[in-house]
Design a protein around this ligand. Structure first.
Ligand SMILES: [Zn+2]
Ligand SMILES: [Zn+2]
Length: 281
């Protein structure tokens, strides 16, 4: 299979036409693995939608889920696994309008619920129309459901650690995997924004803790225009509470996504009561 721009549409067409989503080739590889390895998120989405099984082993004894394919692919697979069990999590479809389901790729998402920050809208009309449905689920930021973290923007020792080394599976195996695509973007030092307050969907990534349980956590937004470290010594109780939630409810106990508001350069309010669906970053 050669990945190309038309491939996701082709996958969808084949599936609608009755193609078996779990067809294994001579090496036992299923279409889901091919799509995941090529990082074709839409094709993965289409396959999962029609019930593809991410636990089928190929001749190498690997399953689609076990391939290291990055956060965008695993977010989609996990979204569908949750849906199949009847569960859901906030921001499951990323920044899609909660009312009309339009996505924000073309910049149409202009509003969010200012109380809970976990739903987005494309227009005032959509927000008004959705009010009744949203009201019972709307949990505003409060003392009880938030934690105040103290961002640190020093580049420090950990800022150049490749993200892959945070992968608990790889790190347990002692595998050091360099950045696949080193870029100036990634290499930039952590920094605060210029205006406050700022609302973000943040990713909290725990450090590999073997022997050093108090290394800083890494926190960043999708575009990485906000990125900081959270050092335990700056606010131990807050650090411990967030770390505990990530370990318990996060993906592989190593990362989790939350809504957060940066009140000032050194005050990040994280709404810990809701762990968001995995986001594609
Ligand atoms: Zn809308
Ligand atoms: Zn709300």
């Amino acid at each position: 299979m050669v990945p190309c721009a038309k491939a996701p549409a082709l996958v969808r067409t084949l599936l609608i036409g009755g193609a078996n989503p779990d067809h294994q080739d001579v090496w036992g590889v299923v279409p889901l693995s091919m799509a995941a390895m090529a990082m074709m998120v839409e094709a993965v989405d289409a396959l999962m939608e029609v019930g593809a099984d991410p636990t089928i082993r190929d001749a190498d004894s690997m399953t689609p889920r076990e391939l290291y394919t990055g956060p965008a692919v695993s977010a989609v697979i996990n979204k569908w696994l949750r849906r199949r069990t009847g569960e859901s999590a906030p921001l499951e479809d990323g920044r899609a309008c909660a009312a009309c389901k339009k996505t924000g790729d073309d910049g149409v998402i202009t509003r969010q619920c200012s109380a809970c920050h976990t739903v987005y809208y494309c227009s005032r009309n959509c927000q008004r129309g959705h009010l009744k449905e949203h009201k019972p689920h709307c949990k505003p930021f409060s003392m009880d459901n938030t934690v105040i973290l103290r961002p640190n923007y020093d580049s420090g020792n950990t800022s150049h650690v490749p993200l892959a080394s945070f992968n608990p599976v790889l790190s347990q195996l002692g595998v050091y995997m360099p950045e696949l695509r080193p870029s100036a973007h990634r290499a930039r030092y952590a920094h605060p924004p210029k205006t406050f307050p700022k609302d973000y969907v943040i990713k909290v990534q725990l450090p590999v803790t073997a022997g050093q349980p108090t290394l800083p956590m890494l926190v960043y937004s999708k575009s990485r225009n906000f990125e900081c470290r959270i050092r335990r010594e700056d606010a131990p109780a807050a650090y411990d509470r967030v770390a505990q939630i990530v370990r318990k409810k996060g993906f592989q106990g190593a990362k989790a996504y939350f809504v957060a508001q940066l009140k000032s350069e050194n005050e990040l309010i994280v709404k810990v009561s809701e762990v968001l669906a995995d986001q594609p970053f």
